[in-house]
Ligand binder design. Structure first.
Ligand code: SF4
Length: 361
């Protein structure tokens, strides 16, 4: 039975130039109503007993109007026993958040609000093709003053062409002033088929590395995953931590991924085809390959793996993991911290996680 639920809300006002996530920008309110009905039907048919976390992401979940958000909350409360839910997160966008939506989400049990700002500097947002006004950001932060939710995250992007370390440092100060107990800072990458990738811009990797290091030393937060920083251990995102550790996940909505402990599958990235009944794409590999994949994914976290935690969950031998880590460490000196009972990547190693994980798989 699945432990974590992800719901994709695949609608956005417009497409940001760097974004490779699946979302539609021309859906009507009726399309959104139909989609909520689809989610209700799906939830009514699954076993929801073991859910421990709910994560509503997108797209832009707060693009739904108040009535639609109410209906979605009603559906969730109808099919899920909220007394077992340890974390309920929702992503938002400053332009689509207002005081009525904030109170509704709070009253419906949302424990963690995540807001995509990307940069507090209007010029950098323009470079990203993130068309959100400064006023919208200020208004949303005013509405969220005092943080009505237990946890509050702001998403940032760094390494934007023209961005200097002082500007990124100022962004982090704004996050702290806003009362966030968590922030995510993603290094800008040029994803294939995004408008930004087509512009032929050049990224400054040295500047991005400097910003990554600065974020890691920005107190009172601590990095706990390559791109995630929390004030305390309880501020860490439980849903994502569970998913990185290979726990089960049910993903609903176009492009959403699921994992039942054995197989992974991904829903088609097309809302019409999905509602029309197109089946998901299955990813079935051998149990040994799957465990190596889970091992690699959780190396994204600063804590990495502890022997006791691994042995409780997986039959694949810890000693074989140690051997694999030691042989990969020879190719990536300074990137691993290997002890008999724990395996993790160093701060430098986290920067090379993509390459290292490919070596492991
Ligand atoms: S970054 Fe967020 S708001 Fe922008 S297009 Fe992607 S999903 Fe939508």
């Amino acid at each position: 039975m699945m432990k974590n639920l992800y719901i994709h809300i695949p609608f956005c006002k417009r497409k940001c130039d760097y974004c490779a996530f699946y979302s539609e920008t021309s859906c009507s309110e009726l399309d959104m109503d139909i989609y909520i009905d689809y989610l209700a039907e799906k939830l009514s048919a699954v076993n929801t007993e073991n859910f421990e976390t709910i994560y509503i992401g997108g797209g832009t979940p707060t693009i739904l109007n108040l009535k639609q958000l109410q209906k979605l909350q009603f559906v969730l409360h109808k099919y899920i026993d909220f007394s077992k839910i340890k974390e309920f997160s929702i992503e938002s966008n400053p332009e689509t958040l207002d005081c009525d939506k904030i109170s509704l989400l709070h009253d419906c049990g949302v424990t963690r609000l995540s807001m995509g700002v990307q940069s507090f500097n209007e010029k950098h947002r323009r470079t990203l093709g993130r068309r959100c006004s400064q006023n919208a950001i200020e208004n949303a932060l005013n509405e969220l003053a005092g943080n009505p939710f237990r946890h509050f995250n702001i998403d940032l992007i760094y390494g934007i062409p023209g961005e200097k370390i002082a500007g990124f440092a100022a962004d982090l100060e704004r996050v702290k002033e806003a009362g966030c107990d968590h922030f995510s800072a993603y290094n800008l990458t040029l994803e294939e088929q995004t408008a930004l990738a087509g512009e032929g811009i050049e990224l400054d990797e040295d500047a991005a590395c400097e910003m990554y290091e600065y974020a890691g030393s920005f107190k009172p937060y601590s990095r706990y995953e390559i791109s995630n920083y929390a004030l305390t251990e309880t501020s860490q995102c439980l849903h994502n931590s569970n998913v990185w550790k290979g726990e089960t996940l049910l993903g609903l909505g176009p492009s959403a991924a699921s994992f039942d402990g054995v197989d992974r599958w991904t829903e088609v990235a097309d809302i019409k085809k999905l509602i029309g009944g197109e089946p998901p794409e299955m990813d079935s590999i051998s149990p040994m390959e799957r465990q190596m994949e889970i091992f690699a994914v959780n190396l994204r976290t600063v804590r990495g793996w502890q022997r006791a935690e691994w042995e409780k969950k997986f039959p694949f031998s810890w000693d074989m993991l140690l051997q694999k880590a030691v042989s990969t460490a020879k190719l990536y000196p300074g990137c691993w911290v290997i002890e008999s009972d724990s395996i993790r990547l160093s701060e430098l190693g986290l920067l090379f996680w993509n390459e290292i994980s490919m070596e492991l798989l």
